[in-house]
Design a protein around this ligand. Structure first.
Ligand code: IPE
Ligand code: IPE
Ligand code: MG
Length: 239
């Protein structure tokens, strides 16, 4: 961890944790075992991220499109999520990490939903870091849900359409108080966004690695931070 002080540290890192299935295939294992290895990779990452002083970490764990997968795989992922929360709640508290969820949490099965609600409540005070799990999350769903809430307020005459602008709109997104990601990492080499944080990633720096998610370790994370640190962010302006 030497020379960390020379690096530009993003405030918010968002990760598309992709490649569990390919990792499993490479090792002659079932897809579910790939997801288990992926969950271990998350546990490892939680320790790393706080060492860098990164305040917000968003992990894309289950998309609105992932319901298209086999019943067996979806059930295994939901069970894994439940177990992950039971196992890691004390780790979150010990490391001063609060948990938030982004996505349509009501659409999740009862067991993981209960564990999520418990973990969110128990980590809501005395925190330094924020872990956001994107679950049953879709970028388009989030924007559509915001539009729906705004439309309701207009209909009830609580909001005048003439005041709707980008700042107001973003107050209706799932987590209005979380700053936009500075760095978006995707593992497994795919150059696409797969419906992740469409609104929030407007000016994020992208880092894509061929490494499969279960193999994404401290050295890989360091490479991503170094790449980010060397970027020249212009936000549309000129220097
Ligand atoms: C990412 O790994 C985990 C989830 C989407 C839940 P994948 O399961 O998408 O792995 P690949 O893309 O098939 O390798
Ligand atoms: C994105 O990965 C979703 C998550 C990591 C949860 P996918 O594997 O679902 O994305 P595609 O299908 O390659 O676009
Ligand atoms: Mg994938």
């Amino acid at each position: 961890m030497e020379n960390i002080e020379k690096l530009k540290i993003p405030r918010h890192v968002a990760i598309i944790m992709d490649g569990n299935g390919r990792w499993a295939k490479q090792h002659g294992k079932e897809r579910v075992e790939g997801h288990l290895a992926g969950a271990e990779s998350v546990e490892r990452l939680l320790e790393i991220v706080s060492k860098y002083g990164i305040r917000y970490l968003t992990l894309y764990a289950f998309s609105t499109e992932n319901w298209k997968r086999s019943r067996e795989e979806v059930d295994a992922l939901m069970l894994l999520l439940t177990e992950f929360l039971r196992k890691n709640l004390s780790r979150l508290k010990d490391n001063k990490i609060r948990l938030l969820v982004t996505g349509r949490i009501d659409g999740l099965p009862e067991e993981p939903r209960n564990e999520l609600e418990k973990a969110i409540a128990e980590t809501s005070e005395d925190y330094e870091y924020t872990l956001i799990l994107a679950l049953n999350y879709g970028g388009r769903a989030e924007i559509a849900d915001a539009a729906k809430k705004i439309a309701e307020e207009v209909k009830n005459e609580k909001l005048d359409p003439s005041v709707i602008d980008e700042t107001l709109f973003s107050r209706y997104l799932y987590l209005p108080d979380v700053p936009d990601p500075d760095l978006m990492i995707r593992t497994s080499g795919e150059f696409r966004i797969s419906n992740f944080l469409l609104w929030e990633l407007s000016y994020a720096e992208f880092y894509i690695t061929d490494t499969y998610w279960p193999d994404f370790d401290a050295a890989e994370f360091r490479k991503a931070i170094e790449a980010y640190s060397a970027r020249d962010r212009r936000f549309g302006g000129r220097k």
